[in-house]
Design a protein around this ligand. Sequence first.
Ligand SMILES: *Cc1c(COP(=O)(O)O)cnc(C)c1O
Length: 245
Amino acid sequence: MTDLQGRKDELAANLARVEERISAACAAAGREREDVTLIVVTKTYPASDVRILSGLGVRHVAENRDQDAAPKAAECADLPLTWHFVGQLQTNKVRSVVGYADLVQSVDRAKLVTALSKEAVRAERELGCLIQVALDADVSVGDGRGERGGVGPGGVEELAARVAEAPGLRLDGLMTVAPLTGDYAGRQQAAFERLMDLSTALRAAHPAANMVSAGMSSDLEQAVAAGATHVRVGTAVLGVRPRLG
Ligand SMILES: *Cc1c(COP(=O)(O)O)cnc(C)c1O
């Protein structure tokens, strides 16, 4: 057996286990399986893994560092994949990211909206945007920032309006990462339910912005139970990442 076949078998088995978990979580929540989309987070893993995953039927992949993602996306440009950018994004990387990303899930400040809009227009692309919500942001600050990026709940509405008005950008919904600190530490389901409440408020003003991206390898069940439309799974499909990333 070649190494490639070995890796393919490993990824297929992992993917099947994750698929079972999502199906079970949907059944438990009385939701249809097709209402939840799996995004495989391929950060730190090579383009060869992305190619295997595509062959196994994965249609959505996510990356969090442009240096790692740009060459990988270029190598995989022939595959029928939707690329999500989920990492903290510096404005000097925006031009590169807009070159391959279909969606940026980590929109968390006005300056980033301006930069994404400018580059999307320049590239003649429509870029999907999710507002990243930091549920650990200092509530007293209102639109304060979270430790791992994201805008506080108080800043979502204004930022969403900016995205909705920005040429080249499409407001698609909200994203969060369960906080490690603050009121929601260790309470993933409560955190994801809070995100759902924010999504309900957002959709009142922007009905098409119905994506709710929440849940990772360790908490996808809680995310599905809360109503997430997209789960972002890395480790459970690809294995434990090397230290960086
Ligand atoms: C790495 C990452 C994930 C996936 O995390 P796992 O625990 O490996 O499943 C999801 N979302 C974001 C934003 C990430 O950076």
